[in-house]
Design a protein around this ligand. Structure first.
Ligand SMILES: [Zn+2]
Length: 136
């Protein structure tokens, strides 16, 4: 399911909560990756033959990939969730996070959200309390 679909299904609050959890799992993945890289350097210093070197290299590269992927996903999820969260209050009646999604940019029809083009990161919403429409 894409991002808009998940916001519609869960409602903004639950979706936001899950984004925070998910992003922190990616942050943990990032830290584990860094630990793997550090371990591989530690193991490498013992110099135990070609097999040892290859295993060390594999651990180091795997760790680096996990760290980079984890960080990239963490950053991306937080940017989108924070952006929507910052604009989730209706400007007419001041109600927080009680809206229906009317329409969304191309980026939000993807999972994970593609933030390469900021012009596609938008959400058109409709306040459930007063009916005011605005774009996030
Ligand atoms: Zn309102």
């Amino acid at each position: 399911m894409d991002t808009v679909g998940r916001i519609r299904k869960l409602g903004f609050r639950k979706w936001y909560e899950r984004q925070l959890i998910e992003s922190h799992l990616y942050l943990v993945t990032c830290f584990l990756g860094i630990i793997l890289v550090a371990s591989s350097i530690e193991i490498y210093s013992r110099r135990e033959g070609l097999t040892g070197l290859l295993i060390t290299l594999a651990i180091g590269l795997g760790g680096m990939a996990a760290a980079m992927l984890g960080w990239e996903r963490y950053k991306r999820i937080m940017m989108v969730a924070e952006h929507i969260g910052d604009h989730a209050t209706c400007s007419d009646c001041n109600t927080y996070a009680r809206f229906d999604v009317v329409d969304a940019g191309r980026a939000l029809h993807q999972e994970p959200v593609d933030i390469a083009d900021p012009n596609e990161v938008w959400l058109k919403v409709h306040c459930r309390k007063c009916g005011h429409d605005w774009t996030i």
